[in-house]
Design a protein. Structure first.
Length: 574
């Protein structure tokens, strides 16, 4: 089996070209009898039940992540909380984003099964707390628990898929999981609105209990995978990069708090935004220095993951994609409501082309990658489509036809969807299979981190451009109501219809031009991604499955290095 350790774009490689049994946390390649241990899983009923269980847990977290956006006003009326409302959302995303690399390392040390089951249980328990909350503090605590569970679910879904199928086939099955997640993300606001309208907001969280319970039963019964048994608890705990994870979590939380405040509560130039942002970025730099130092023997994010241009570029493409992919979803509703005079419910329907196209596009990208064994052409095609699509968005105005705004969305969504299941295999193509968990944890973090920037950057662009053009609104009262980060919340059909001429026409013009600036800069971001894909090396995708953590019973027993010079036996089941 050929790895990127042979390729000229790898820095500091050992030159070995065999992927054999692996150190459970460091990912070092070690030989057992000089023979590669490769397995291939038959896709029997057990395989499909596991895949179904992963899809259910993915759907669980995806719906919940966006449920709250439509239900939050009703929740606040019931529980109160004032300015604390922002932590109902931030508490979830801070925990989910910052803990993903830690789960990657935990799955190497403790196996995949129990971290996945525990993460799902934490998430379900947090849902119960949210549903039963009688004050805002209890709700926030439940949301944080949901975020802790979601971090593990998101990472371990990807890791387990990588353990079940060879790299070349992963795109197809990752597309299934990501398609379900995309569907849940899209349906979340709709279901949230329907539940609040026809029942109590508490059922948004209570519905997770039977779904989470079903997922737990399926995972417990069917997710029986190999893990390293002959190791004491103290040895396992010593393998965790505790200090590095503390630095990482604090740094990421500092950055995310800054981004959540920027533009919505404080100006970008405010010290409330700049200080935590600078401290967080400096902390991430210190974290990377620590990870590469002699003080940590089992790093959470080893620098070897970034030691070759292929994996490093794929990570960068992941960040870019998760960033630019959200711009249309967040800002097209402003165009539909503020420019085309659509109601909130109608704007949701008008956004359906963006949502519905992503799912078949992701499936197509995964299938094409599996058939061709190549990912770089898909990356080029995806970013090229996004460049063209965002370019077409700049043509949108009050007179655009239905065919125009539907067709333009299809182009952008095709580009955004095709690439989704191909990024993680591109990251791992140049890395040994032993790095699967650590690489997936890093990849999941960058994906979530990119999404955070994907709301902050276009919001800043929009606010800045609207303020620049606000002088065109001649009515001083209307103008003052819109500037100072207020334009986004006022970009509705109700506000537009309340205005008299010429203020209405001036508002539409300024809003349309402000959105056009977002699309123009999105062209640049997508274009940069297109150029970045040229740096990738087309590493052949492995067609063998070589893992320590496959389905129990595939391999009976293998000796494994424990990192301390000794060996342990791999158990055939959990």
């Amino acid at each position: 089996m050929q790895l990127d350790t042979q390729l000229p774009d790898t820095l500091g490689s050992s030159g070995r070209d065999e992927a054999t049994d692996l150190d459970p946390t460091s990912g070092r390649v070690s030989k057992v009898g000089g023979k590669t241990n490769s397995t291939s899983l038959n896709k029997n009923i057990k395989f499909w039940v596991i895949l179904g269980a992963l899809a259910v847990t993915g759907l669980l977290t995806a719906i919940e992540a966006t449920f709250t956006s439509t239900a939050l006003p009703s929740i606040l009326v019931d529980l109160g909380g004032g300015d604390l409302f922002i932590w109902v959302i931030n508490g979830y995303f801070l925990a989910m984003t910052s803990l993903q690399p830690l789960y990657g390392q935990l799955s190497n040390v403790f196996g995949r099964r129990w971290p996945m089951i525990i993460a799902t249980a934490i998430y379900t328990f947090g849902s119960g707390i949210c549903g039963g909350a009688n004050n805002i503090g209890m709700l926030i605590a439940g949301r944080v628990l949901q975020g802790i569970g979601a971090a593990g679910i998101n990472v371990l879904m990807e890791i387990i898929i990588c353990d079940l199928v060879p790299m070349r086939e992963r795109g197809t099955y990752l597309a299934i999981i990501f398609g379900v997640i995309a569907l849940g993300t899209a349906l979340g606001p709709l279901f949230g609105g329907l539940i609040v309208q026809h029942s109590s907001w508490r059922w948004i969280f209570y519905l997770n209990l039977p779904i989470g319970g079903l997922a737990l039963v399926l995972l417990y019964l069917f997710l029986n995978v190999n893990y390293i048994k002959e190791m004491t608890l103290s040895t396992r705990l010593a393998m965790i990069d505790w200090f590095g994870n503390v630095i990482f979590v604090l740094s990421v939380c500092s950055i995310l708090i800054s981004l959540s405040w920027a533009g919505s509560i404080y100006e970008w130039s405010s010290f409330h935004v700049l200080v935590p942002l600078i401290v967080g970025l400096a902390g991430l730099g210190a974290f990377l220095v620590f990870e590469g130092s002699r003080f940590v023997s089992q790093p959470t994010m080893p620098l070897r993951l970034l030691s070759n241009r292929t994996s490093a570029t794929a990570y960068a493409l992941t960040f870019m994609h998760s960033n630019t992919g959200l711009w249309a979803l967040y800002f097209l509703p402003l165009y539909f409501q503020g420019v085309l005079d659509a109601s909130p419910s109608r704007s949701g329907i008008q956004l359906l082309p963006s949502i519905l196209v992503i799912i078949p596009a992701a499936a197509s990208g995964g299938i094409v990658m599996s058939k061709l064994g190549r990912y770089r052409p898909i990356h080029h095609a995806s970013y090229a489509l996004m460049v063209v699509g965002y370019g077409l968005f700049t043509l949108l105005d009050e007179n655009s036809s239905t065919g125009a705004w539907v067709g333009y969305q299809v182009v952008v969504s095709l580009g955004s969807g095709l690439i989704i299941p191909t990024l993680l295999p591109a990251v791992m193509a140049s890395l040994p299979e032993a790095d699967t968990a650590l690489a997936a944890g890093t990849w999941s973090f960058l994906r979530s981190f990119g999404m955070t920037w994907g709301t902050a950057i276009p919001a800043a662009i929009f606010d800045n451009r609207f303020s620049q053009l606000a002088y065109q609104i001649t009515n001083a009262t209307v103008r003052e109501e819109l500037i100072g980060r207020q334009a986004y919340s006022h970009a509705t059909a109700a506000f537009r219809d309340m205005l008299q001429e010429p203020s209405r026409r001036q508002f539409i013009t300024v809003l349309d031009e402000s959105l056009r600036r977002i699309w123009q800069i999105a062209i640049g971001f997508a274009g940069f991604g297109f150029l970045l894909a040229f740096i990738e090396k087309e590493v052949p995708l492995r067609e063998e499955l070589d893992t320590q953590f496959g389905i129990a019973g595939e391999d009976k027993k293998t000796s494994i290095e424990t990192g301390d010079g000794g060996t342990a036996e791999k158990n055939t089941g959990e």
